[in-house]
Ligand binder design. Sequence first.
Ligand code: SAM
Length: 337
Amino acid sequence: MQPLSGTDGAVSEDRGRLYTASRRPGIRVYGERLVSENGTEYREWNPRRSKLSAYLSCGGREFPFRRDSRVLYLGAANGTTVSHVSDIAPEGTVWAVEFSPRSFRDLVTLGDARDNVVPILADATRPDEYSFALDHADVVYSDVAQKGQADILADNMDRYGATYGIVCVKARSEDVTADPEKVFSATTARLRERGMRILDSRRIDPYEKDHMVIVVRRPRTVYTVAFDADGRFLMVRHPRRNGWEMPGGKTEAGETVQEAAAREFLEESGHRISVVAVRDIGYCDVCAAELGEKEGEGEMEARLFDSLPDDLSFGRDEYKSVVPWARDAVVRTRGDE
Ligand code: SAM
Protein backbone atom coordinates (compact mmCIF):
# COMPACT_ATOMS: atom_id res chain seq x y z
CA MET A 1 0.00 0.00 0.00
CA GLN A 2 1.45 3.37 -1.11
CA PRO A 3 0.09 6.86 -0.46
CA LEU A 4 -1.52 8.23 -3.65
CA SER A 5 0.36 11.33 -4.79
CA GLY A 6 -1.46 14.64 -4.40
CA THR A 7 -3.84 13.40 -1.70
CA ASP A 8 -1.72 14.22 1.32
CA GLY A 9 -1.69 10.57 2.40
CA ALA A 10 -5.50 10.44 2.63
CA VAL A 11 -5.84 7.92 -0.19
CA SER A 12 -3.69 4.83 -0.75
CA GLU A 13 -2.96 2.79 -3.81
CA ASP A 14 -2.00 -0.80 -4.33
CA ARG A 15 -1.57 -2.37 -7.76
CA GLY A 16 -3.81 0.20 -9.45
CA ARG A 17 -6.61 -0.01 -6.85
CA LEU A 18 -7.50 2.85 -4.51
CA TYR A 19 -8.15 2.55 -0.78
CA THR A 20 -9.04 4.71 2.21
CA ALA A 21 -8.06 3.84 5.79
CA SER A 22 -11.29 2.73 7.45
CA ARG A 23 -12.68 4.80 10.27
CA ARG A 24 -14.78 1.81 11.35
CA PRO A 25 -12.64 -1.32 10.93
CA GLY A 26 -14.54 -4.51 10.28
CA ILE A 27 -17.57 -2.76 8.82
CA ARG A 28 -18.37 -2.77 5.09
CA VAL A 29 -20.62 0.00 3.77
CA TYR A 30 -21.45 -1.36 0.30
CA GLY A 31 -19.76 -4.74 0.12
CA GLU A 32 -16.31 -3.29 -0.58
CA ARG A 33 -13.15 -5.35 -0.13
CA LEU A 34 -11.28 -4.88 3.17
CA VAL A 35 -7.49 -5.23 3.35
CA SER A 36 -5.36 -5.07 6.51
CA GLU A 37 -1.76 -3.96 6.47
CA ASN A 38 0.52 -2.98 9.36
CA GLY A 39 -2.39 -2.73 11.77
CA THR A 40 -4.54 -0.52 9.53
CA GLU A 41 -7.66 -1.68 7.77
CA TYR A 42 -8.21 -0.25 4.30
CA ARG A 43 -11.46 -0.17 2.30
CA GLU A 44 -11.21 -0.50 -1.43
CA TRP A 45 -12.58 2.57 -3.21
CA ASN A 46 -14.14 1.43 -6.42
CA PRO A 47 -14.10 4.01 -9.26
CA ARG A 48 -17.15 2.36 -10.79
CA ARG A 49 -19.14 3.01 -7.62
CA SER A 50 -17.83 6.49 -6.76
CA LYS A 51 -17.17 9.46 -9.05
CA LEU A 52 -14.61 10.90 -6.66
CA SER A 53 -12.61 7.69 -6.92
CA ALA A 54 -13.11 7.80 -10.72
CA TYR A 55 -11.73 11.35 -10.74
CA LEU A 56 -8.56 10.19 -8.94
CA SER A 57 -8.31 7.09 -11.14
CA CYS A 58 -8.44 9.36 -14.22
CA GLY A 59 -5.43 11.30 -12.90
CA GLY A 60 -7.28 14.13 -11.12
CA ARG A 61 -5.18 15.56 -8.29
CA GLU A 62 -7.02 18.72 -7.24
CA PHE A 63 -8.00 17.15 -3.95
CA PRO A 64 -8.86 19.83 -1.38
CA PHE A 65 -9.75 17.50 1.51
CA ARG A 66 -7.78 17.60 4.76
CA ARG A 67 -7.98 15.42 7.89
CA ASP A 68 -10.08 18.07 9.60
CA SER A 69 -12.11 19.30 6.62
CA ARG A 70 -15.70 20.39 7.07
CA VAL A 71 -17.40 18.94 4.01
CA LEU A 72 -20.90 19.72 2.80
CA TYR A 73 -21.89 16.80 0.60
CA LEU A 74 -24.90 17.27 -1.69
CA GLY A 75 -26.64 14.25 -3.19
CA ALA A 76 -25.33 11.77 -0.63
CA ALA A 77 -27.54 8.90 -1.86
CA ASN A 78 -26.84 5.74 0.18
CA GLY A 79 -23.52 7.05 1.41
CA THR A 80 -21.07 5.13 -0.77
CA THR A 81 -18.78 8.11 -1.47
CA VAL A 82 -19.73 9.81 1.81
CA SER A 83 -18.22 6.86 3.69
CA HIS A 84 -14.87 7.35 1.94
CA VAL A 85 -14.94 11.12 2.53
CA SER A 86 -15.59 10.26 6.20
CA ASP A 87 -12.39 8.13 6.13
CA ILE A 88 -10.45 10.95 4.44
CA ALA A 89 -11.52 13.59 7.00
CA PRO A 90 -11.47 11.61 10.27
CA GLU A 91 -11.12 14.77 12.38
CA GLY A 92 -13.61 16.75 10.32
CA THR A 93 -17.33 16.52 9.63
CA VAL A 94 -19.32 15.46 6.58
CA TRP A 95 -22.81 16.96 6.40
CA ALA A 96 -24.56 14.62 3.97
CA VAL A 97 -27.60 16.16 2.26
CA GLU A 98 -30.06 13.89 0.48
CA PHE A 99 -33.71 14.49 -0.41
CA SER A 100 -34.82 10.92 -1.09
CA PRO A 101 -36.27 9.44 2.15
CA ARG A 102 -35.39 5.92 1.01
CA SER A 103 -31.66 6.72 0.54
CA PHE A 104 -31.74 8.79 3.69
CA ARG A 105 -32.54 5.70 5.78
CA ASP A 106 -29.20 4.16 4.72
CA LEU A 107 -27.46 7.44 5.49
CA VAL A 108 -28.86 7.42 9.02
CA THR A 109 -27.37 3.94 9.51
CA LEU A 110 -24.05 5.24 8.20
CA GLY A 111 -24.24 8.25 10.55
CA ASP A 112 -24.89 5.90 13.50
CA ALA A 113 -21.69 4.00 12.71
CA ARG A 114 -19.56 7.06 11.89
CA ASP A 115 -19.68 9.98 14.26
CA ASN A 116 -18.26 12.45 11.70
CA VAL A 117 -21.20 11.94 9.31
CA VAL A 118 -24.30 14.08 9.84
CA PRO A 119 -27.20 12.99 7.58
CA ILE A 120 -29.60 15.78 6.55
CA LEU A 121 -32.89 15.16 4.76
CA ALA A 122 -33.17 18.31 2.64
CA ASP A 123 -33.22 19.79 -0.84
CA ALA A 124 -29.77 20.95 -2.00
CA THR A 125 -31.36 23.70 -4.11
CA ARG A 126 -32.41 25.36 -0.83
CA PRO A 127 -29.19 25.83 1.15
CA ASP A 128 -30.92 27.85 3.88
CA GLU A 129 -32.90 24.74 4.85
CA TYR A 130 -29.94 23.13 6.60
CA SER A 131 -28.35 26.16 8.22
CA PHE A 132 -29.58 24.69 11.53
CA ALA A 133 -26.88 22.01 11.16
CA LEU A 134 -23.81 23.99 10.02
CA ASP A 135 -22.64 27.54 9.54
CA HIS A 136 -19.46 26.99 7.54
CA ALA A 137 -17.94 24.41 5.20
CA ASP A 138 -14.43 24.20 3.74
CA VAL A 139 -15.42 22.05 0.76
CA VAL A 140 -18.77 21.58 -0.99
CA TYR A 141 -19.02 18.33 -2.96
CA SER A 142 -22.03 18.09 -5.23
CA ASP A 143 -23.35 15.03 -7.02
CA VAL A 144 -27.07 15.72 -7.29
CA ALA A 145 -27.46 14.66 -10.95
CA GLN A 146 -30.07 17.28 -11.71
CA LYS A 147 -30.37 20.43 -13.82
CA GLY A 148 -28.50 23.58 -12.80
CA GLN A 149 -25.52 21.80 -11.23
CA ALA A 150 -23.21 24.86 -11.43
CA ASP A 151 -25.65 27.09 -9.58
CA ILE A 152 -26.45 24.46 -6.95
CA LEU A 153 -22.72 24.22 -6.17
CA ALA A 154 -22.13 27.98 -6.21
CA ASP A 155 -25.23 28.75 -4.10
CA ASN A 156 -24.07 26.31 -1.44
CA MET A 157 -20.46 27.57 -1.54
CA ASP A 158 -21.74 31.14 -1.15
CA ARG A 159 -24.13 30.25 1.65
CA TYR A 160 -21.51 28.32 3.67
CA GLY A 161 -18.40 30.35 2.79
CA ALA A 162 -16.61 27.37 1.20
CA THR A 163 -13.26 27.95 -0.49
CA TYR A 164 -13.37 24.75 -2.57
CA GLY A 165 -16.09 23.08 -4.58
CA ILE A 166 -16.32 19.85 -6.54
CA VAL A 167 -19.18 19.12 -8.89
CA CYS A 168 -19.89 15.90 -10.76
CA VAL A 169 -21.64 17.02 -13.91
CA LYS A 170 -23.86 14.49 -15.61
CA ALA A 171 -24.45 15.89 -19.10
CA ARG A 172 -27.80 14.17 -19.53
CA SER A 173 -29.16 15.73 -16.34
CA GLU A 174 -28.62 19.21 -17.76
CA ASP A 175 -30.01 18.43 -21.20
CA VAL A 176 -30.75 14.93 -22.52
CA THR A 177 -30.34 15.92 -26.17
CA ALA A 178 -27.36 18.33 -26.00
CA ASP A 179 -23.79 17.45 -26.96
CA PRO A 180 -22.05 16.64 -23.62
CA GLU A 181 -19.07 18.86 -24.53
CA LYS A 182 -21.42 21.85 -24.86
CA VAL A 183 -22.99 21.07 -21.51
CA PHE A 184 -19.56 20.86 -19.87
CA SER A 185 -18.33 24.15 -21.34
CA ALA A 186 -21.61 25.89 -20.39
CA THR A 187 -21.22 24.58 -16.83
CA THR A 188 -17.60 25.78 -16.48
CA ALA A 189 -18.60 29.15 -18.01
CA ARG A 190 -21.42 29.47 -15.48
CA LEU A 191 -19.06 28.63 -12.60
CA ARG A 192 -16.69 31.36 -13.80
CA GLU A 193 -19.59 33.80 -13.99
CA ARG A 194 -20.32 32.91 -10.37
CA GLY A 195 -16.79 34.05 -9.49
CA MET A 196 -15.14 30.62 -9.24
CA ARG A 197 -11.69 29.74 -10.52
CA ILE A 198 -11.56 26.38 -12.32
CA LEU A 199 -8.75 24.25 -10.86
CA ASP A 200 -9.50 21.15 -12.92
CA SER A 201 -12.17 19.82 -15.26
CA ARG A 202 -11.86 16.19 -16.19
CA ARG A 203 -14.04 13.67 -17.94
CA ILE A 204 -14.40 10.40 -16.07
CA ASP A 205 -15.83 8.50 -19.03
CA PRO A 206 -13.96 5.26 -18.59
CA TYR A 207 -16.07 4.85 -15.44
CA GLU A 208 -19.16 7.04 -15.97
CA LYS A 209 -20.39 7.89 -19.46
CA ASP A 210 -20.74 11.59 -20.27
CA HIS A 211 -19.68 12.79 -16.84
CA MET A 212 -17.18 15.46 -15.92
CA VAL A 213 -15.76 16.35 -12.51
CA ILE A 214 -14.99 20.04 -12.05
CA VAL A 215 -12.97 21.33 -9.09
CA VAL A 216 -13.21 25.04 -8.28
CA ARG A 217 -11.72 27.46 -5.83
CA ARG A 218 -13.27 30.73 -4.85
CA PRO A 219 -10.64 33.47 -5.04
CA ARG A 220 -10.16 35.03 -1.64
CA THR A 221 -11.17 38.63 -1.24
CA VAL A 222 -8.87 40.94 0.65
CA TYR A 223 -9.07 44.55 1.80
CA THR A 224 -6.58 46.74 3.60
CA VAL A 225 -6.71 49.27 6.40
CA ALA A 226 -3.55 51.39 5.94
CA PHE A 227 -2.44 54.16 8.31
CA ASP A 228 -0.31 57.22 7.65
CA ALA A 229 2.18 58.64 10.19
CA ASP A 230 -0.61 60.70 11.85
CA GLY A 231 -2.81 57.64 12.45
CA ARG A 232 -5.29 58.43 9.67
CA PHE A 233 -6.52 55.62 7.42
CA LEU A 234 -7.13 55.78 3.70
CA MET A 235 -10.47 54.97 2.06
CA VAL A 236 -11.55 55.14 -1.56
CA ARG A 237 -14.91 56.23 -2.91
CA HIS A 238 -16.49 53.61 -5.11
CA PRO A 239 -18.36 55.38 -7.91
CA ARG A 240 -21.00 52.68 -8.48
CA ARG A 241 -21.57 51.82 -4.84
CA ASN A 242 -21.40 55.53 -4.09
CA GLY A 243 -19.75 55.09 -0.72
CA TRP A 244 -16.37 54.96 1.05
CA GLU A 245 -14.59 51.63 1.44
CA MET A 246 -11.16 50.17 2.15
CA PRO A 247 -9.19 49.40 -1.04
CA GLY A 248 -9.35 45.71 -1.92
CA GLY A 249 -10.46 43.01 -4.33
CA LYS A 250 -9.89 39.40 -5.34
CA THR A 251 -6.59 37.55 -5.22
CA GLU A 252 -5.31 36.41 -8.60
CA ALA A 253 -3.83 33.00 -9.43
CA GLY A 254 -0.43 32.51 -7.75
CA GLU A 255 -0.69 35.68 -5.65
CA THR A 256 -0.29 35.76 -1.87
CA VAL A 257 -2.83 37.68 0.20
CA GLN A 258 -0.21 40.40 0.83
CA GLU A 259 0.60 40.74 -2.86
CA ALA A 260 -3.08 40.97 -3.81
CA ALA A 261 -3.66 43.57 -1.09
CA ALA A 262 -0.74 45.72 -2.32
CA ARG A 263 -1.76 45.44 -5.98
CA GLU A 264 -5.41 46.33 -5.32
CA PHE A 265 -4.39 49.22 -3.06
CA LEU A 266 -2.07 50.66 -5.70
CA GLU A 267 -4.64 50.26 -8.48
CA GLU A 268 -7.47 51.85 -6.56
CA SER A 269 -5.70 54.59 -4.60
CA GLY A 270 -2.32 55.11 -6.31
CA HIS A 271 -0.49 54.43 -3.01
CA ARG A 272 2.03 51.77 -2.09
CA ILE A 273 1.58 49.95 1.20
CA SER A 274 3.59 47.74 3.45
CA VAL A 275 1.46 44.98 5.03
CA VAL A 276 2.24 44.27 8.70
CA ALA A 277 -0.51 41.77 9.61
CA VAL A 278 -3.25 39.66 8.04
CA ARG A 279 -6.48 38.56 9.70
CA ASP A 280 -8.92 35.98 8.36
CA ILE A 281 -12.45 37.22 9.10
CA GLY A 282 -14.18 34.27 7.45
CA TYR A 283 -15.48 35.44 4.10
CA CYS A 284 -12.30 37.45 3.39
CA ASP A 285 -8.86 38.47 4.66
CA VAL A 286 -8.06 41.89 6.07
CA CYS A 287 -4.57 43.41 5.98
CA ALA A 288 -3.20 46.01 8.38
CA ALA A 289 -0.61 48.19 6.64
CA GLU A 290 1.61 51.22 6.70
CA LEU A 291 0.55 53.72 4.07
CA GLY A 292 3.41 54.38 1.66
CA GLU A 293 4.26 56.85 -1.09
CA LYS A 294 1.78 57.98 -3.69
CA GLU A 295 2.97 56.55 -7.01
CA GLY A 296 0.36 58.00 -9.31
CA GLU A 297 -3.36 58.44 -9.81
CA GLY A 298 -5.59 55.63 -8.57
CA GLU A 299 -8.83 54.49 -10.18
CA MET A 300 -10.89 56.05 -7.39
CA GLU A 301 -10.97 59.18 -5.28
CA ALA A 302 -8.88 58.54 -2.14
CA ARG A 303 -9.10 60.37 1.19
CA LEU A 304 -7.60 60.11 4.68
CA PHE A 305 -9.93 59.77 7.66
CA ASP A 306 -9.57 60.01 11.45
CA SER A 307 -12.85 58.16 11.93
CA LEU A 308 -15.32 56.29 9.72
CA PRO A 309 -17.33 58.56 7.41
CA ASP A 310 -21.16 58.39 7.31
CA ASP A 311 -21.52 57.20 3.73
CA LEU A 312 -19.93 53.74 3.61
CA SER A 313 -20.31 51.20 0.78
CA PHE A 314 -20.65 48.31 3.25
CA GLY A 315 -21.84 47.74 6.82
CA ARG A 316 -20.21 49.64 9.67
CA ASP A 317 -20.19 46.84 12.24
CA GLU A 318 -17.30 44.88 10.71
CA TYR A 319 -15.07 47.97 10.65
CA LYS A 320 -15.75 48.59 14.37
CA SER A 321 -13.47 45.67 15.26
CA VAL A 322 -11.28 45.57 12.15
CA VAL A 323 -10.05 49.20 12.24
CA PRO A 324 -8.88 49.09 15.91
CA TRP A 325 -7.21 45.71 15.25
CA ALA A 326 -5.35 47.14 12.23
CA ARG A 327 -4.37 50.28 14.16
CA ASP A 328 -2.97 48.16 17.02
CA ALA A 329 -1.02 45.98 14.58
CA VAL A 330 0.55 49.02 12.89
CA VAL A 331 1.32 50.78 16.19
CA ARG A 332 2.91 47.59 17.54
CA THR A 333 5.16 47.27 14.48
CA ARG A 334 6.21 50.89 14.78
CA GLY A 335 7.05 50.28 18.44
CA ASP A 336 9.20 47.30 17.50
CA GLU A 337 11.29 49.25 15.00
N1 SAM B 1 -22.90 10.91 -4.44
C1 SAM B 1 -23.45 9.56 -4.40
C2 SAM B 1 -22.29 8.61 -4.27
O1 SAM B 1 -21.25 8.83 -4.88
O2 SAM B 1 -22.41 7.68 -3.49
C3 SAM B 1 -24.34 9.29 -5.60
C4 SAM B 1 -25.34 10.40 -5.83
S1 SAM B 1 -26.60 10.08 -7.02
C5 SAM B 1 -25.79 10.29 -8.51
C6 SAM B 1 -27.54 11.56 -6.92
C7 SAM B 1 -28.32 11.70 -5.62
O3 SAM B 1 -28.72 13.05 -5.49
C8 SAM B 1 -29.62 10.89 -5.56
O4 SAM B 1 -29.59 10.10 -4.40
C9 SAM B 1 -30.73 11.94 -5.50
O5 SAM B 1 -31.82 11.53 -4.69
C10 SAM B 1 -30.00 13.10 -4.90
N2 SAM B 1 -30.54 14.43 -5.24
C11 SAM B 1 -30.92 14.89 -6.45
N3 SAM B 1 -31.34 16.16 -6.37
C12 SAM B 1 -31.23 16.51 -5.06
C13 SAM B 1 -31.52 17.70 -4.34
N4 SAM B 1 -32.00 18.79 -4.94
N5 SAM B 1 -31.30 17.72 -3.02
C14 SAM B 1 -30.79 16.62 -2.38
N6 SAM B 1 -30.50 15.48 -3.01
C15 SAM B 1 -30.72 15.41 -4.34
